[in-house]
Design a protein around this ligand. Structure first.
Ligand code: B12
Length: 314
């Protein structure tokens, strides 16, 4: 797939760096692979005074654009075999997560929704699950976009385009996917007041719907007292709260107690997730049944706690 044209390429300072462990985590590869590529000169690094490798973002992007993991996985034989394939098909064939992330990053920040959709569709057709798509492509790319925005390397409009592409492309794919038969359970989902970050919420809703849940999504920026009213009105089996940032800690503290009592009266399970809960002060306020770190553990939780055999009890 040709790379969409960008008005400006962000420039990077060599002083902003990632450790071997951070790179390995970002690309979902072992630290020894990262060290091997670095030692062979394919992935350039700088050394700390203590001798540890540090990688600039530019070096990471250069490595990915030069072919990254796929090209370095098993050499010439493979590149001959895949010579006729497009860049995307090659990356998919090799499960080259860094290359797939780069392709999605380029599509997202340039607002190329068609390219975003094509990537997700082809990835799904190649056997990558929607959970893997979210965890290994969309989430790392959005985190990188946030980091580059924070460093002043990306414009706000690029972050906005990336959000829109992600919401639209995931929605597009979701509409085509098979769903488990409806089992009649209801989930209520939303983000607390002041939080406009709705992409994780959107992904959570899609996981639930795929699993046969009926979902009421209150969307971003929903006051907790309104969650409480909705629990009273609809008596859901599950409430999912996604929080990325906290707007008014004291107000949350005040309102959550009442929400929690009402949720308990209605026997609703409460699942929380999102970066805001990394802060112990926030985490302590939100008494919950499960704190999801991502979508994979969430899927495991709902399958375990709400097995099909229990449906007759609803
Ligand atoms: C896109 C984005 C925006 C968009 C959101 C658009 C939209 N429609 O959602 C817009 C432009 C609105 C925005 C605004 C702001 N943003 Co912003 N944003 C981001 C960005 C780049 C991506 C967020 C995202 O979608 N991530 C992808 C999701 C899928 O990943 P995730 O949230 O980590 O979720 C995973 C898990 O946590 C889990 N999960 C999360 N929730 C839940 C819930 C449940 C139930 C379950 C099961 C699982 C689960 O599953 C996901 C998959 O693993 C992040 C960068 C980042 N690190 O996330 C910054 C980021 C969150 N934003 C940030 C900031 C500072 C802001 C602003 C304050 C900027 C400003 N000055 O205006 C405003 C605040 C607006 C507000 N009041 O909320 C900071 C927050 C720093 C902090 N901790 O305080 C970040 C981290 C950027 C940065 N590096 O500094 N932002």
């Amino acid at each position: 797939m040709p790379r969409p044209k960008r008005a400006t390429e962000p420039t990077l300072s060599q002083s902003q760096t990632y450790s071997t462990a951070e790179v390995a985590k970002m690309w979902a590869v072992s630290e020894s692979s990262v060290k091997r590529w670095s030692d062979s000169g394919l992935l350039s690094c700088v050394r700390t005074p203590g001798g540890h490798r540090r990688f600039t973002l530019q070096a990471l992007l250069d490595f990915q654009r030069a072919g990254g993991l796929l090209q370095n996985a098993d050499g010439a034989g493979r590149s001959q075999a895949t010579a006729g394939l497009t860049q995307l098909a090659q990356a998919l064939a090799g499960r080259d997560w860094p290359a797939l992330q780069t392709l999605y990053y380029d599509a997202a920040v340039s607002g190329d929704e068609a390219a975003g959709v094509a990537l997700l569709e082809q990835a799904y057709q190649s056997g990558i699950s929607t959970i893997e798509l979210s965890e290994r492509i969309l989430t790392p790319v959005l985190h990188l976009i946030g980091e580059r925005w924070r460093r002043g390397e990306l414009n706000i409009w690029e972050e906005h385009l990336a959000s829109q592409v992600t919401l639209a492309a995931t929605e597009h794919l979701h509409r085509q996917l098979p769903r488990a038969p409806s089992h009649g359970r209801l989930a209520l989902c939303g983000c607390p007041e002041g939080d406009l970050h709705q992409i994780a919420l959107h992904l959570v809703v899609e996981v639930l719907e795929t699993e046969g849940w009926r979902v009421l999504s209150l969307g971003p920026n929903t006051p907790l007292f309104s969650f409480t009213d909705a629990v009273q009105r609809f008596s859901p089996q599950l409430v999912c709260i996604s929080a990325t940032i906290v707007h008014d800690l004291e107000r949350l503290r005040r309102d959550y107690g009442h929400f929690y009592r009402v949720a308990r009266q209605h026997a609703a399970r409460i699942v929380i997730g999102g970066a805001a809960f990394a802060d112990p002060q926030v985490h302590d306020i939100f008494t919950h049944d499960f704190h999801a770190l991502g979508l994979a553990d969430f899927l495991e939780y709902i399958r375990r706690e709400f097995p099909p055999s229990d449906v007759s009890a609803i």
